[in-house]
Design a protein around this ligand. Structure first.
Ligand code: DGP
Length: 117
């Protein structure tokens, strides 16, 4: 499993930094966002260090699938299956990506405006 020694989210995968983990399998880890933007705000990450969606390789396709399925599982586990939820992947500076390890935001528990600001 490739990892980056200095990556914040790789450190969370290795339990070097504490987090509130809500789901884990062989491919993905999900934990609560430290600055929640909604009642439910969970980050789902691949355990493999991938900088962002723009850096995913064709060989990462199975990991990408596992990531989305993990995000759905988290949403259902959090009780958002009926009311609805939003999955967000920020990529690059203009999108506000602040952590350079691919992550899916799972947001829900309040009405979510569209389009986002
Ligand atoms: P983004 O802007 O898409 O790169 O989102 C990064 C998110 O990561 C942001 O919502 C805050 C969250 N975050 C940053 N540092 C930590 C941390 O140390 N622990 C946890 N749980 N979340 C963090």
């Amino acid at each position: 499993m490739s990892a980056d020694a200095n990556c914040l989210f790789c450190k969370i995968v290795r339990r070097e930094i504490p987090s509130t983990i809500v789901f884990e399998n062989d491919h993905a880890l999900a934990f609560r966002d430290i600055h929640p933007a909604a009642k439910t705000h969970v980050l789902v990450i691949p355990k493999k260090h991938i900088i962002g969606i723009a850096h995913a390789e064709p060989a990462d396709a199975p990991t990408m699938g596992e990531l989305l399925l993990a995000a759905r599982k988290v949403a259902e586990q959090e009780g958002l299956g009926d009311g609805g939820y939003r999955l967000v992947i920020n990529n690059g500076a203009d999108a506000g990506q602040s952590v350079l390890h691919l992550h899916v935001h799972v947001l829900g528990g309040r009405p979510l405006a569209w389009p986002p600001g």
